[in-house]
Write a protein that binds this ligand. Structure first.
Ligand SMILES: *Cc1c(COP(=O)(O)O)cnc(C)c1O
Length: 426
């Protein structure tokens, strides 16, 4: 099984900003009250200044602080692996490579942004971070990062996951995070939603509203988001930068780059460093964002301004959205249940620079099992969407005889998702 490891000196020194490369500038976020373009002051109650600057920056490269690079050394660079056994089983002339982000201490790519976010908050004197989490991946990552840089962390966890994934909550507790089921009795919006539907499963939109409601009440407390926003996608570009170097080591250039899509961050992370080459006319790579049919934001959503949360407290963003009140079915891939998509990924999709695809849950689990048996890694149910798309592209190559190079991001492992696997196997 060819594996491509990099020395720690290859941990990227900069984040790559796609904003200055976009063919058309992004539509600006709008203030939720006035509906006028939101400026830095509108974000300063909830984010530290450095992250607000990054959110709007037109610099092509943003330097990674030395402290953050040191923290990345706990688990980076992550390996790039060629799935030769899978290729053989599929009897395809295609080559399949994957970048494995499950090697992080919390088991997913989310730590790549949690660490710089905690760091910048700490530098600006913030003492507490409050956030929301769907499947628990982001909550674990932020708990770890806060503990690493000496901040307190509180997490509103979508109730259905809180109940179905008790081990994620314990992981947050181990790293010092305080995890609460959402909707909760702690906030006005939580109490209102509980009064209407005491047994509702919760949603990311609701959990975000709860977190923000508490954040704005205290200036030593800020908010952190694990996906969607420009600065989060920016931090994840370390994935694609490493992958580019590793693909060179392997002597291959990908024809197709694939990532599963929840809010867009791991897809952006693997894609953007390659996508900039397309925009500059150097390559003709295809990019595929893969989502569940039960939460088909890109493939069936509308491209319009919408709120990031259910209560309508966040700025409005121009994005593909299923509507802020969309209540996804409690699918196993909890990390893919968000109603919106990142504004950057939305714009790229709208302009035809990337493709999107949606799959049913069962077909992604079947792909996950095939992959697990071949490669020995049990993927996160979210990542299984990317695997399914990679397998489909490899099968197409078998039919056409094309020897394409496929690269996908394996965004995390599924060691906390055994209940979901158990249900599927039954
Ligand atoms: C959160 C998560 C996702 C979805 O979020 P994106 O921002 O779209 O990347 C995908 N895979 C894993 C393992 C996750 O934890």
């Amino acid at each position: 099984m060819p594996m491509f490891f990099l020395d720690q000196k290859h941990i990227p020194t900069h984040y790559i900003n796609i904003l200055p490369h976009l063919p058309k500038p992004l539509d600006p976020p709008l203030h939720p009250g006035t509906k006028q373009p939101a400026g830095p002051d509108d974000f300063s109650p909830i984010f530290p200044m450095e992250l607000i600057k990054q959110e709007m920056s037109m610099e092509k490269l943003i330097e990674i602080p030395e402290e953050v690079r040191k923290a990345y050394m706990l688990y980076r660079p992550s390996p790039l692996i060629r799935a030769t056994r899978l290729e053989k089983e599929l009897n395809t002339p295609a080559k399949i490579y994957y970048k494995y982000e499950g090697v992080s201490p919390v088991g997913s790519h989310k730590l790549n942004t949690a660490l710089p976010q905690a760091y910048y908050n700490k530098m600006e004197g913030v003492e507490n971070l409050i956030t929301e989490t769907g499947a628990g991946q982001w909550g674990s990552a932020l708990s770890f990062a806060c503990n690493y840089f000496g901040l307190k962390c509180k997490i509103f966890m979508v109730k259905t996951s809180f109940e179905n994934k008790p081990y994620r909550k314990i992981m947050m507790n181990i790293f010092g995070g305080n995890c609460i089921a959402s909707p909760s009795q702690e906030t006005e919006i939580g109490r209102k939603i509980l009064a209407e539907d005491p047994n509702g499963p919760g949603s990311l939109g609701i959990a975000i509203s709860e977190a923000i409601e508490q954040v704005v009440q205290d200036d030593k407390t800020k908010y952190a988001l694990g996906s969607v926003l420009n600065h989060v996608l920016l931090h994840q570009t370390i994935i694609g930068q490493e992958a580019k170097t590793q693909m060179q080591m392997a002597g291959d250039q990908p024809n197709i780059v694939i990532g599963c899509h929840g809010g867009g961050s791991n897809f952006a992370g693997i894609s953007f460093p390659f996508l900039i080459d397309n925009i500059e006319g150097k390559t003709k790579t295809r990019f595929i964002a893969v989502e569940p049919k039960s939460c088909p934001t890109l493939t069936e959503g509308k491209f319009e301004y919408d709120f990031g949360d259910t209560a309508g407290m966040t700025p409005l963003m121009k994005m593909y959205t299923l509507g802020k009140d969309f209540m996804p079915s409690p699918i196993h891939a909890g990390g893919l249940r968000y109603h919106g998509a990142s504004p950057i990924v939305s714009a790229l999709y709208n302009q035809g620079l990337i493709e999107a695809k949606a799959y049913e849950q069962d077909e992604t689990f079947a792909a996950a099992l095939q992959f697990a048996r071949n490669q020995g890694i049990i993927p996160a149910p979210e990542s299984a969407h990317a695997i399914k798309a990679a397998i489909d592209e490899a099968i197409k190559c078998r039919e056409t005889g094309e020897n394409k190079v496929i690269l996908f991001n394996l965004s995390g492992h599924g060691h906390f998702d055994m209940t979901s696997y158990e249900k599927f196997i039954k």
